[in-house]
Design a protein around this ligand. Structure first.
Ligand SMILES: C[S@@+](CC[C@H](N)C(=O)[O-])C[C@H]1O[C@@H](n2cnc3c(N)ncnc32)[C@H](O)[C@@H]1O
Length: 271
């Protein structure tokens, strides 16, 4: 495992701040996980009260990740994955999905939350034929992410970059776009970009997010459908394009989205 400074343990545990809610922990709470604190329940419940659809979003985002990774490891034949904004380990983490299809797949996880770091061992259970690694790093610094990822991934060969419900943590849209351009720019043709994030057109989610951003948690910024589609500029979108995540190549058991669209996503190839 690659780390910035400290091993999981005492030093990292000291960095875990249970006085303010954290994105990864609230997300884990909405997914029904146990790796969260009372302050996260409070913020998560306050959000859910205004926008109950948030728990569907958390589940739908994981399911979209699963379908995208399955396609990439399967039909697209990708063997390397860079999953940034991983979140706390849950059922069907990226390496489990990819290695079910291709046991030799190599996966690098990246998150900047100290609690995710303490749980990283659960992300490092690679199939013997493949590899998983965890990097404690910040999406704001794509050069550092790429430098660390290159210890595990061969960046001269195609990589699938996945950014699921994390670009909204980058306040400035131009910076968020530049980060994606920097990451995809460092990957060779034949690489892929799988992405989803929340739209600003869902009134309930917008109001709940506005209040959430006053809770002390790292703020989240919703974007217009046009802005979200803009993350794919210069890449070749796979059908059906940038669509509500529940409509992206649904499985027979994928629950259709109800009410206003919450999140858009897509998968695209670098030519
Ligand atoms: C809403 S969760 C999404 C988790 C997962 N991608 C999913 O869809 O289930 C956002 C995750 O991004 C991480 N995160 C937030 N800002 C980040 C940053 N600047 N760099 C790396 N990770 C970040 C959080 O710690 C959290 O785990």
């Amino acid at each position: 495992m690659t780390q910035d400074s400290s091993a999981p343990g005492t030093q990292t545990a000291e960095k875990i701040d249970t006085s303010v809610p954290h994105s990864a922990r609230i997300w884990n709470y909405w997914l029904g996980g146990k790796d969260n604190y009372p302050v996260d329940h409070q913020a998560g419940d306050a959000f859910h009260e205004i926008f109950p659809g948030i728990t569907d979003l958390a589940r739908d985002s994981r399911a979209f990740l699963g379908r995208a990774v399955r396609h990439l490891a399967g039909e697209a034949g990708i063997r390397q994955f860079l999953d940034i904004g991983t979140g706390l380990p849950t059922a069907d983490n990226t390496h489990e999905i990819a290695q079910r299809v291709a046991p030799d797949a190599r996966i690098v996880y990246v998150d900047n939350d100290p609690l995710v770091l303490t749980h990283a061992a659960a992300l490092l259970t690679s199939a013997p034929e493949g590899v998983t690694d965890y990097i404690d790093a910040d999406l704001h610094d794509p050069a550092a992410v790429l430098r660390e990822a290159a210890r595990t991934l061969d960046l001269s060969r195609p990589v699938a970059l996945t950014l699921m419900q994390v670009s909204g943590h980058i306040a400035d849209y131009d910076e968020a776009r530049a980060i994606v351009r920097a990451l995809m720019g460092a990957l060779p043709p034949g690489s892929w970009f799988a992405f989803n994030d929340s739209v600003d057109t869902n009134k309930g989610n917008a109001e709940a997010t506005r209040l959430y951003n006053e809770s002390g948690a790292a703020p989240y910024y919703l974007r217009s459908p046009q802005e979200l589609a803009g993350f794919f500029d210069g890449l070749e979108l796979l059908a059906p394009g940038v669509v509500p995540i529940t409509d992206w190549r649904p499985d027979p058991d994928t629950a259709p989205g109800v009410g206003d669209v919450i999140a858009l996503g897509g998968v695209a190839r670098k030519l």
